[in-house]
Write a protein that binds this ligand. Structure first.
Ligand SMILES: [Zn+2]
Length: 176
């Protein structure tokens, strides 16, 4: 048997009877995060449905069990038993909804890792270029292997000749 009630301000109270234990779980949900606190009290088996009230001090859980009546005061995330019920006129009844079982929300650290969303991020593969005055730096382009011209020299006159030249342009010496 489990019950759920809204404490307001984003907090939800879960009540669950397990054997002679009453498990009270408060789940506080705020944008971006969820806090959960569970408390266990040895109250005995419930003999009737629990009741939830809003009092001046906090929320009050009224349990009727085989061991008698139990009052639990919920203040923020602390729960402690109290002896006497505050005056009825200061209490506001909060409806409890019966649920099959307490949906124990997974703790944030227990959540499976979500795949990283890349969103609209686009990796730019374009070559990055940077110019500083006469200095020109280009990155990302294929490394340019400088083809140094084969500077041959004419064995006859010593003039520079191209590697493909068959004859020296200066003296007409046949190049091998
Ligand atoms: Zn020559």
């Amino acid at each position: 048997m489990a019950y759920v009630g809204e404490l307001g301000t984003g907090s939800t109270l879960y009540l669950e009877s397990q054997d002679s234990q009453t498990i009270i779980t408060i789940v506080a949900t705020s944008p971006g995060q969820q806090q959960q606190a569970s408390h266990s009290f040895s109250t005995g088996h419930w003999t009737t449905s629990p009741k939830l009230f809003r009092s001046l001090q906090g929320h009050i859980i009224q349990l009727e069990t085989a061991q008698g009546s139990h009052l639990l005061l919920v203040q923020s995330h602390q729960i402690r038993p109290i002896e006497t019920m505050p005056p009825r006129q200061t209490l506001e009844s909060i409806p409890l909804q019966q649920i099959v079982q307490t949906p124990i929300p997974s703790m944030p650290s227990m959540q499976p890792l979500q795949p990283l969303t890349m969103g609209n991020m686009v990796m730019s593969m374009q070559p990055m270029q940077m110019s500083m005055g006469k200095m020109h730096l280009s990155m990302g382009t294929a490394a340019t292997v400088t083809q140094t011209p084969q500077n041959n020299f004419c064995s006859q006159c010593g003039a520079a000749v191209a590697a493909m030249d068959k004859f020296c342009a200066n003296c007409g010496h046949r190049l091998s």
